[in-house]
Design a protein around this ligand. Structure first.
Ligand SMILES: O=c1nc2n(C[C@H](O)[C@H](O)[C@H](O)CO)c3cc(O)ccc3cc-2c(=O)[nH]1
Ligand SMILES: C[C@H]1O[C@@H](n2cnc3c(N)ncnc32)[C@H](O)[C@@H]1O
Ligand code: SF4
Length: 824
């Protein structure tokens, strides 16, 4: 019990190993992950040996940050601390956070913070640019204290964790702050229930030393929630549920060096199994006045630095490693940076660290200065680490993802200088609202009644509504996170989004609907000697002649030709085929060869991209289909194409398109959505296209194509059931119009891949063009994958009339097609 001076720490005396043993372990650590024995030896490194240990660990961290795409960046989360309850069923002998009902009563405090108090803290934090609401509390106090049970009953909550879920959602909804839940031990069902209420959760493992829990005198004796087996179970289950999870070790509470290593290895194992450990905290015990362990000495700085470095070596370069910047003196923080950390955890400009209230956090500006002095850059992150923010679902539940994305930048870090607003999203921090500590000093935080709508959370504006309002004011000026939020629109909000996109379409094109008369030919079917009619497969060159002639006779202005040209057709197969189509047919536009085929053709012809593009132009190619863009993300491209290296890399794809544009060939821009891409990746794709267009001006139109598993035969089988629904299709088209407005002004409805109802819906929500009507003709129904699909002029007219738009026939490059050309 606190104050019980009989408590000892059960800390074994460590035998100092021979210097040579540590030396040898250091030698090995330079090249490989340390063994258990070596890790334990390395915990003894001091002086020069410690210096060497730190530099090995520091280099490992640097490598990991490089891999993560943020070299030299140390992160922190700007947060408020919400101590939901100080009551606890446990009695950890070092804890000053825990209070008895008697003590609370004496201080005139209620067992739990009330909703309005919580919102007060959150709102003040939001005004200061905080983005995290850390819920830290005692474990399941209702099991031990009748006042806790009574309070929960009176307020209509089944359990403390039930109340945590409700308050977490309330804070999210009312303030946009992202909750991080640290409520101690949770059951599987509780973890599951809490997941939709917060982007991340955490619980320190603290130690694997069961004896500190089972033996009298141990720091955890009498604390049911500190059985290491129970805590490891929670960490495992959080992994099974794919919850971005913060955990860590608490060193200096009586564990041996060997036990320190055991705990780190246990965390490494769980992390490797589930991939959910977003950061590991290496926390140093700090003795508190009036606790049973007040006499236990704190870890000395060198011992702590060695432990941090060993944690880095055990956990590897890609682990995120946190030390709290308030539990070490400012002058010694640089040692911890050298030891391989990459994160300072949550830091608050407003609230104290209620667990270590005697140790205030450094000012964030001071932390930035200290970090810079160590050679690193301080960057704000969100409560969920960038990897999980970028991955989105299933790690971050759909219910909280929009609020997360509203605060995230492209890297998945925090949008610095922005603050969450009531109902989500973000606005710039600034002006008189950036009150700082000074203004808040002396104010009793969290106890002031407020006129908030806490009791009517459902009347609060949703994050979506706030983003929509901003989109209406400035459709092209939202952040990536905000566009990602819009992709989740449903119901009335989806209607509003579609209307906004429709308005932008009208501004650009008036009430018109364009189409082009063309025929698609699959160039991969061309075999020199084969005749489709004779062999039932493949096209001969004379078949091509006839297909083209028929198309022209039927009024086509364009031949669209895609597909890798059969190697038998020679080193210049692409150019020859193009010439075959265009020779002697002035006025016929050849829209040919995907980026992948251009890359292939250049390689076959032994030409640079630029020279090959020139050769294609010479052969009569007039523009390029920008198909095969999928989602411009290398991981996604590898998955959809059945493995790495099977598809062009993003960089190569963009190189080819840029070379085509540079060589005078304009192209379409495309995207395939509704498979495994996250909202953030989809928005990133649109940004990339817009950026490329800003450089080259080369895109004619944008075509968003729903994922059709049947046409991605190389994708893994579990994607066979993927594909977007109509809601997503509409949101994607509308957001595309918003993001591309003023740049790529034509948006095509890919009618061959949409149902008629979807086609009409996207034409009412951003799209202005129907693309090719795809003459089928009579000659060869097997000329391509879209054979048999055809829109008649009558059908196009009907679609236009229903939309109130005048239909016009365009050329590939959006000129007016020659009047009088016949259309099937
Ligand atoms: O202010 C604190 N924040 C603590 N945090 C919050 C932490 O600093 C970050 O704000 C969150 O981890 C979000 O990244 C914890 C979070 C956990 O999941 C587990 C343990 C802790 C421990 C502390 C702590 O002692 N003090
Ligand atoms: C919030 C986290 O802080 C840790 N914790 C609790 N008390 C102390 C202390 N005196 N010193 C350092 N860390 C502490 C526990 O591990 C808890 O999980
Ligand atoms: S550390 Fe957590 S579990 Fe232990 S007494 Fe304090 S609040 Fe309770």
């Amino acid at each position: 019990m606190p104050g019980d001076s009989t408590v000892t720490t059960l800390a074994p005396v460590e035998t100092v190993p021979a210097a040579e043993l540590v030396e040898n372990a250091l030698e090995r650590a330079e090249h490989a992950e340390p063994t258990r024995t070596d890790a334990e030896l390395l915990l003894h490194a001091r002086g020069d040996q410690l210096d060497r240990l730190l530099s090995v660990a520091g280099r490992l961290r640097d490598r990991g940050l490089q891999t993560a795409g943020r070299p030299g960046v140390i992160t922190y989360s700007r947060k408020v601390f919400i101590p939901l309850t100080h009551l606890c069923q446990d009695r950890c002998h070092y804890c000053i956070f825990v209070q008895s009902p008697g003590k609370l009563q004496k201080a005139g405090k209620a067992p739990y913070l009330e909703a309005h108090e919580i919102l007060d803290i959150a709102r003040q934090g939001a005004a200061l640019g905080c983005k995290e609401a850390l819920f830290t509390l005692g474990d399941r106090p209702e099991n031990r204290w009748p006042v806790a049970r009574e309070w929960l009953d009176a307020h209509g909550y089944e359990s403390t964790l039930d109340y945590v879920a409700a308050m977490s959602l309330l804070v999210l909804q009312e303030t946009g702050l992202l909750p991080h839940l640290n409520p101690g031990v949770m059951t599987f069902a509780e973890l599951q229930r809490l997941k939709p209420a917060a982007p991340s959760m955490g619980m320190m493992l603290e130690t694997t030393a069961t004896r500190l829990w089972s033996e009298k005198g141990g720091a955890h004796y009498g604390s049911p929630d500190k059985d290491p087996a129970v805590r490891l179970r929670v960490i495992e289950e959080a992994g099974q549920l794919q919850i971005p999870f913060t955990t860590g070790v608490l060193f200096g509470i009586g564990e041996s060096y060997a036990e320190r290593v055991d705990a780190l290895i246990a965390l490494r194992a769980s992390s490797a199994r589930w991939g959910h450990v977003q950061e590991v905290i290496v926390q140093n015990f700090r003795a508190k006045e009036s606790t049973a362990m007040m006499q236990t000495g704190d870890l000395d700085t060198e011992e702590y630095a060695a432990a941090v470095a060993v944690a880095r070596l055990v956990l590897g370069p890609d682990a995120r490693l946190q030390v709290p910047p308030n539990l070490t003196d400012a002058t010694e923080l640089s040692l911890l940076v050298r030891a391989g950390i990459d994160d300072w955890g949550g830091v608050s400009p407003l609230t104290p660290d209620h667990v270590n209230p005697e140790r205030p956090w450094p000012e964030i500006s001071e932390l930035a200065r200290l970090t810079a002095a160590s050679g690193y850059t301080l960057r704000e992150r969100l409560t969920a680490h960038p990897h999980f923010v970028r991955a989105g679902t299933p790690w971050i539940n759909e219910t909280v993802l929009p609020a997360v994305l509203a605060l995230a930048d492209e890297q998945g870090l925090a949008l610095e200088g922005m603050r969450p607003v009531g109902g989500g999203a973000a606005v710039p921090v600034g002006g008189s609202e950036l009150a700082g500590r000074a203004k808040l000093a002396g104010r009793e935080l969290g106890l002031r009644p407020t006129e908030s709508s806490a009791s009517h959370p459902s009347t609060a504006p949703s994050p979506m509504a706030a983003v929509l309002a901003r989109a209406e004011a400035n459709p092209t000026g939202l952040s990536d996170g905000e566009y990602a939020v819009l992709l989740g629109a449903t119901g009335d909000e989806l209607e509003a989004l579609a209307q906004l996109a429709d308005g932008l379409r009208r501004e650009a094109h008036g009430e018109t609907l364009s189409f082009v008369v063309n025929r698609n030919i699959d160039s991969s079917l061309v075999r020199e000697r084969a005749r489709a009619t004779a062999t039932g497969g493949g096209l001969g060159l004379t078949d091509i002649d006839e297909l083209v002639a028929e198309a022209v006779a039927l009024g086509a202005s364009e031949i669209c030709m895609q597909g890798p040209v059969y190697p038998e057709l020679g080193a210049h197969g692409y150019e020859d085929l193009a010439r075959r189509v265009t020779a002697g047919r002035a006025g016929l536009h050849l829209h040919a060869f995907r980026p992948a085929e251009i890359a292939d053709g250049a390689a076959r012809a032994g030409l640079s991209l630029d020279d090959f593009v020139a050769a294609l132009v010479d052969a009569g190619v007039g523009s390029v289909p920008g198909t095969g863009a999928r989602i411009l993300d290398d991981d996604i491209r590898a998955t959809l194409s059945g493995g790495p290296g099977r598809d062009l890399t993003v960089a190569r794809y963009l190189d080819v398109v840029t070379a085509a544009h540079r060589g005078g060939l304009r192209s379409t821009a495309t995207m395939v959505y509704g498979h495994i891409e996250t909202a953030a990746q989809l928005v990133g794709h649109l940004r990339t296209l817009a950026r490329l267009h800003d450089e080259t001006g080369g895109f004619t139109e944008f075509i968003a194509m729903p994922f059709v598993p049947a046409s991605a035969p190389d994708a893994p089988p579990h994607l066979a059931a993927r594909g977007p629904n109509t809601r997503k299709t509409r949101a994607v088209h509308a957001v595309s119009r918003l993001m591309l407005a003023g740049r790529i002004d034509h948006i095509q409805a890919a009618w061959t891949k949409l149902s008629p109802a979807e086609r009409d819906a996207v034409l009412r929500g951003g799209a202005d063009d129907l693309g090719g009507v795809l003459l089928d003709g009579t000659l060869n129904p097997a000329a391509g994958p879209e054979a048999g699909l055809e829109l008649s002029r009558d059908e196009v007219e009907r679609v236009g009339t229903a939309l109130g738009r005048s239909v016009w026939q365009r050329t590939t490059l959006y000129g007016r097609a020659v009047a009088g050309a016949g259309v099937a």
